[in-house]
Design a protein around this ligand. Structure first.
Ligand code: TYD
Ligand code: MG
Length: 453
């Protein structure tokens, strides 16, 4: 007989504990532990020695066929996936509620159905009518897309075996349940168990699965982080709900690189790819304002230009206020300390606010020089020439260190009409002259500041 016992699971990272605690010892989140009833199977069968048929294989004896990729024809998504969908793989698409996950996957279904591929879209969140209304906004669909409103995994499994589609979309994993698990849909054990069942289906039948998972800050639903280790690919859909653009970021990928990002814009007729993100990010940049400078960050193989803004002003309180939006707060504090100690700017008594315009998150060290110049420009109240762009990593002695792929960055700046580029001296020395853009190599922060102000 199965015996029931109570385990406390962290809704954020999935850590287990036998007693309740206010803070999760693994991920340090507060109030995320919830009680779940699990039934332990007694007398699990040990492996009979005669039954073992598995044998080891030498690496050189394994034959590989070139894995076939199914292209979604959404270029931004294909790139993040590493060239397309691998059959039999499992892709988790996570994101805040309302960010556009269902819309993105319905669009993927549309493109694949246009190619005549057999697709099954399983929704546990919306009714068939609601999906139809959304689909009508996106465009015309062909007959090879089938829909199913169901949350019971046994039934879904039977239908998948009967229909044998090439691709299945599960919207969302938190609504699915497995009858063998005692806890409620959305709980950690239920979400894990459901993913395991789907994974077996994916590998056994060679069907590619897309699973949607909601990211929840708090509440009773387990976040997609608890299944990251189980699936092949993890993509997160991020962006400000109030801004139009969305970024699809690869966090884990067994079949490709995780550095790539895809940029989309939410329109009234669904998501549209943004082919030139730099232009998009720089839209609305103020002219002749101090504290604003254009920097360049590499996202995978693609350079993206972005505007770094800073506001430095005298503090009215004893402890100055500092904030950083879109970049690392500690990095900003470090760069301010470098300015104070190595350049002699008295910023200790100033409030400082740093922002990457557009709400995008960028953490590449190459934008250090951008942050430094924006801070100095605001502190001295001197605008930086609009046609100037900068990049470079700043070290603790105030030196400007080399960054990779300097040439691609410069070419992107040139393409968007910039006339001057401030870059690390070392990177400049390793590069050829590029016509149409002036390259200024700097060794340390002081040189860069002298040049712009
Ligand atoms: P949705 O895909 O339902 O989000 P999720 O599945 O991640 O919860 O997207 C919801 C938002 O997208 C909703 O606020 C409306 C907006 N939207 C558009 O702006 N245009 C469209 O064509 C569609 C379908 C949705
Ligand atoms: Mg949805």
């Amino acid at each position: 007989m199965a015996k029931e016992k109570v385990i406390y699971y962290c809704q954020s990272c999935g850590a287990e504990s036998s007693k309740w605690m206010g803070q999760c010892p693994a991920c340090k989140e507060w109030n995320t532990l919830v009680e779940e009833v699990v039934s332990s199977k007694k007398g699990a069968r040990s492996v009979n020695r005669q039954e073992i048929k598995a044998k080891v294989t030498k690496l050189k004896d394994i034959e590989t066929t070139k894995e076939e990729r199914i292209r979604t024809k959404i270029g931004e998504l294909d790139r993040v996936l590493g060239g397309g969908i691998v059959s039999g793989s499992m892709v988790l698409v996570g994101g805040d509620p309302g960010i556009g996950k269902s819309t993105l996957l319905l669009q993927v279904c549309k493109h694949l159905a246009d190619d005549g591929r057999k697709i099954l879209y399983v929704s546990g969140e919306e009714s068939l009518q609601q999906i139809k209304i959304r689909a009508e906004r996106i465009g015309k669909f062909t007959d090879s897309l089938s829909l199913l409103c169901e949350t019971n995994l046994d039934i879904i499994g039977e239908i998948v075996k009967r229909e044998m589609p090439e691709i299945v979309v599960i919207d969302s994993i938190q609504t699915m349940y497995n009858e063998n698990v005692a806890s409620a849909p959305g709980s950690v054990s239920q979400v894990r168990e459901s993913t395991g069942t789907l994974m077996q289906m994916a590998k056994g039948l060679g069907i590619a699965f897309f699973i949607i998972g909601h990211v929840t800050k708090e509440g009773v639903v387990a976040g997609p982080r608890v299944l990251e280790h189980m699936v092949d690919t993890v993509l997160y859909f991020e962006g400000d709900r109030h801004a139009a653009y969305r970024i699809l970021r690869g966090v884990k990928n067994r079949f490709g690189s995780t550095n790539e990002i895809g940029v989309f814009e939410m329109r009234s007729a669904g998501l549209k790819e943004v082919e030139n993100p730099s232009e998009f990010m720089l839209g609305g940049k103020p002219e002749g304002a101090s504290g604003s400078v254009v920097a360049c960050s590499m996202e995978g193989t693609r350079p993206i230009l972005l505007e770094v803004q800073a506001l430095v002003c005298h503090s009215n309180f004893g402890i100055p206020r500092r904030t950083a939006a879109g970049t690392d707060f500690n990095r900003v504090n470090l760069l301010m300390a470098v300015l104070e100690k190595r350049v002699g700017l008295q910023m200790g008594a100033c409030d400082a606010y740093v922002n990457i315009a557009g709400g995008i998150k960028m953490n590449e060290p190459a934008i250090d020089l951008g942050i430094v110049l924006a801070l100095v420009s605001s502190y001295k109240n001197r605008p930086i020439d609009e046609k100037t762009i900068c990049f470079g990593e700043v070290g603790l002695s105030g030196e400007v260190r080399a960054v990779n792929m300097a040439e691609q960055r410069v070419l992107e700046a040139k393409k968007l009409g910039f006339s001057t580029c401030i870059l690390p001296e070392v990177s400049k020395a390793a590069m050829k002259e590029i016509e149409g853009i002036r390259l200024i190599g700097v060794k340390n922060v002081k040189d860069a500041i002298t040049y712009v102000t």
